[in-house]
Design a protein around this ligand. Sequence first.
Ligand code: HEC
Length: 104
Amino acid sequence: MKNTIIVTLTLVVSAGLSWAGAPEGKEIFTAKCVSCHGANGEGKAAIAKMFNVTQAPLASKEVQAKTDAQLQAVILKGQGKMKPVAGVTEKQAADVVAFLRTLK
Ligand code: HEC
């Protein structure tokens, strides 16, 4: 009985760890990304028009096919018409990437 509890706890803790950063990432996403990408990364028609681009939904296969490092680089260094997002540390960018992975 005691063993079952320990095994269950271990599973819960390790499952939690693999998503570490996603809740923090969601907060950062809400503060820094939603204005251009929408709450679920679906994109915004007005922003796409203003930047004259097609915004791929962040949950899409194309975007999810990028590696964590590539996604982190988009946030920290920008890509195409998206400027680097100001005031985001490397750790925060990694947290945002963890959150992006929950969108797919
Ligand atoms: C000022 C508006 C703006 C903000 C703020 C912004 N983005 Fe973007 N983002 C864009 C635009 C516009 C593009 C498309 C760029 C292009 O294709 O030239 C883009 C592209 C991307 C891409 C690449 C998608 C692809 O098709 O390869 C990712 C990933 C991304 N943004 C993530 C984020 C994250 C995460 C944040 C917050 C930390 C963020 N963006 C903040 C406007 C924004």
